[in-house]
Ligand binder design. Structure first.
Ligand code: ATP
Length: 313
């Protein structure tokens, strides 16, 4: 289990992590979701004792990670897969790690097998693809057979096969009763991988709930209607307490079913040209939730701004 209690990290005048409290439970995959710069890596580094909290604390299985006798037995972490000695073979890299942490050498062959790297164990790491490097990082994380696993953006840059392998691997670890904490800035990926979500923006906790509940709460269903008597329809809807707003030539309504809108229009003799239900995508829901907490907004070119990035001058 991982617990963060009032975890805070300040860099100069910047609060990278702002009073975060949450629990990551065993037996499920917990997604740690937030836009770039939200503070995910900083939080993970504090859990691993690589960064000191400005205030608050992080506990792994009830104690600070730094208090663990053999840390690799407590937590396995994949932070930056390319942060390894490229001149070593995969087996040599894992052997150095195992021996320096007092772990039995036989674990090296076991984790190579577990991550499908046995066939390339004698190859130098510098020739590894990103997918192979990620597997090697995961092999290293598994060396101590820890109960708690943390992965920072493990599928970034991987091809679909690599993504699927990591997703299934994380799910099987959780199914075996381990605590699995995985960060991502992609809602769509987390929807497929995580059972529970901890969502942050600008270092602050935005949501801490089951993935299914998060999706249900955040991907709001709205109704859109197009009518040549839109004003009259909007007034009729307002009378029954339904607020409307104009979007792309439609009236957009929430908290009302299409049947009710159709019936109301018919009873008032209002013509309707289009009427449909619309569900916002999960990625849209996540963007909406974190909109105010995104550090760098890309400028969206408009017709008025005159230039299109990458376009001919
Ligand atoms: N050593 C540091 N010194 C100063 N500022 C830092 C340092 N490390 C991180 N930050 C800042 O803290 C904020 C959070 O960064 P962090 O890397 O934890 O975010 P993140 O959610 O992991 O984002 P990303 O997915 O882009 O890595 C950012 O604004 C970052 O610029």
């Amino acid at each position: 289990m991982i617990e963060a209690r009032g975890l805070t990290k300040v860099y100069g005048s910047k609060k990278a992590v702002d009073d975060l409290s949450f629990t990551v439970s065993p037996g499920i995959v917990t997604g740690f979701l937030g836009p770039n710069g939200a503070g995910k890596s900083t939080t993970m580094r504090m859990i691993l004792g690589l960064d000191r909290p400005t205030s608050g604390q992080a506990l792994v299985n009830g104690q600070p990670y730094t208090a663990a006798k053999v840390p690799l037995r407590e937590v396995g972490a994949l932070l930056d897969a390319k942060d390894v000695h490229g001149g070593r073979t995969a087996r040599a890299h894992l052997t150095v790690l195992a021996l320096s942490n007092g772990l039995p050498k036989r674990r090296v062959d076991e984790v190579l097998e577990l991550t499908g790297l046995t066939g390339v164990a004698k190859k130098r790491i510098r020739g590894f693809s990103l997918g192979m490097s990620q597997r090697l990082g995961i092999a290293a994380a598994m060396l101590g057979d820890p109960d708690v696993l943390m992965f920072d953006e493990p599928v970034n840059g991987l091809d679909p096969e690599g993504i699927l392998w990591i997703r299934n691997f994380m799910r099987s670890l959780a199914a075996g009763g381990r605590t699995v904490f995985v960060s991502s800035h992609l809602m769509s990926e987390m929807a497929l991988t995580a059972d529970h979500l901890i969502v942050i923006g600008r270092g602050k906790l935005l949501a801490d709930m089951g993935t299914k509940d998060f999706i249900a709460q955040n991907s709001a269903t709205t109704v859109r209607v197009r009518s040549p008597q839109a004003d009259q329809l909007a007034r009729a809807l307002a009378e029954r307490g339904t607020q409307t707003r104009q979007v792309d030539g439609y009236l957009e309504l929430s908290g009302v079913a299409t049947d009710q809108v159709g019936d109301l229009a018919a009873s008032r003799g209002i013509t309707i040209h289009e009427l449909f239900q619309q569900r916002s995508s999960l990625e849209e829901a996540f963007m909406e939730l974190t909109r105010d907490s995104v550090e760098y907004h890309a400028e969206v070119p408009t017709a008025a701004s005159g230039s299109v990035p990458g376009g001919a001058a």
